[in-house]
Every structure is written in structure tokens, then in C-alpha cells.
Design a protein around this ligand. Structure first.
Ligand SMILES: [Fe+2]
Length: 208
């Protein structure tokens, strides 16, 4: 993983058309090659102008923002967040029908939400509640699963939570296929969630 300056746009872990018919190829090409690329280019320009930050990893940049001069925080949050969030979102999807299993995470979801169906309903409600652009997240925080949202390219507080899943609900993520129907896009996104990836993230932090 390319985790330090200079950043480059690592390829998707699947082909551009792998998420068809739920998320279309053209959206994935534009989303990865144009939108994410722009955040990477902007982040590299920001770090080029601030060499004292060039040794920080992407995550370290995001958790160090409070130590930065205030005039640097917004561009850092926008661009480092844009890279982190998009990479996390793209990695969390996979070709429909190959999404794998997440037995430990499923058990935790059932424990806290009662059923997968209820969890999906809660997550969808959160994703629909994002006003304008942002993300809905499933994170591990304070000993339990938590559904949260973030605006624009903000990330959840990585100092106190571990993200497990995220959906990008910026209109660029779905407008070509789903037009303004975010609910339809969320339903389709659930069809391509990479549950094996979410399980690995869940297990990696030693929760179980
Ligand atoms: Fe996006």
C-alpha cells in the first residue's frame, strides 16, 4: 500500500466493471481515475509545500491535524481525508457474488442490532441522513459497533475508533446510474459489500 508521500493512485482491487450491474463501470472509472486522482494530486501539492509533514503516513496526517497551524488544517482534512475515505470505500467493495463471509462481524451485528436486516435498515437511514455530501460508516468504538456519518471528506476520529465499512454518498458516487435516488444506490451498494474485507478489519484490531 502506498501510504506515504508521494502518493499515487493505486489500482482498484477489481476491474472497473466488476460491480455491474449495481455500480456502473463509467462511475467507477470517473470516481477512481478523476475524483480520487484529484485528491491525490492536491495532497501531494500540499505536502510538497509542507515538507515537515512528508514523513507522516496518511493516517498519521489525519490524526495529527490538531497539531497543525489552523490555516493548514482544512486543506489537509479535505485532501488527506479524500484519499483515505476513497481508498477505504473502494477496498470495501467486491464483485457481486464474491463478497465473502464475515462470521465474527455477523455475530456482533446480530448481538447489537438483532439481525442483519435491522442493521442494514439502520445503516441505510444514516446514509440517507447525510445532508449534501459525505459518508456513512460502521466503526468499532468504545467496545461496540457504531454507525456514524461524516460530512464532505471528514473521517471518523481515527484516534478512538476503527472503521469497518463506509459508503460514499457524494452524488458523484451514484448519479450517472441512480440519478438522485440515493436510497436505490445504498441498496445496490449492499449487494457489492466485501464482507471478507470488513471481517478482516474487524479481526485486525483484536476485538475478538
Ligand atoms: Fe467519492
Amino acid at each position: 500500500m502506498n501510504d506515504h508521500y508521494p502518493f499515487f493512485n493505486t489500482p482498484l482491487p477489481y476491474t472497473y466493471d466488476a460491480l455491474e450491474p449495481f455500480i456502473d463501470e463509467k462511475t467507477m472509472r470517473l470516481h477512481h481515475d478523476r475524483h480520487l486522482q484529484t485528491y491525490i494530486d492536491n495532497l501531494n501539492q500540499f505536502l510538497e509545500a509542507n515538507p515537515s509533514l512528508q514523513n507522516y503516513s496518511l493516517t498519521e496526517l489525519l490524526v495529527s491535524q490538531d497539531r497543525l497551524p489552523c490555516q493548514l488544517r482544512t486543506p489537509l482534512l479535505n485532501n488527506a481525508g479524500g484519499v483515505f475515505n476513497h481508498r477505504f470505500f473502494f477496498e470495501g467493495m467486491t464483485k457481486a457474488g464474491t463478497r465473502g463471509q464475515a462470521p465474527a462481524l455477523y455475530r456482533q451485528i446480530a448481538r447489537q442490532f438483532g439481525s442483519m436486516e435491522h442493521f442494514k435498515s439502520c445503516f441505510k437511514e444514516a446514509a440517507l441522513s447525510v445532508f449534501g455530501s459525505g459518508y456513512a460508516w460502521l466503526v468499532w468504538e468504545k467496545g461496540g459497533l457504531c454507525i456514524t456519518t461524516s460530512a464532505n471528506q471528514d473521517t471518523p476520529n481515527l484516534r478512538c475508533c476503527l472503521p469497518l465499512l463506509a459508503i460514499d454518498v457524494w452524488e458523484h458516487a451514484y448519479y450517472l446510474k441512480h440519478y438522485n435516488m440515493r436510497a436505490s444506490y445504498i441498496d445496490d451498494w449492499f449487494r457489492v459489500v466485501n464482507w471478507s474485507c470488513a471481517e478482516a478489519r474487524f479481526l485486525r484490531c483484536g476485538i475478538i
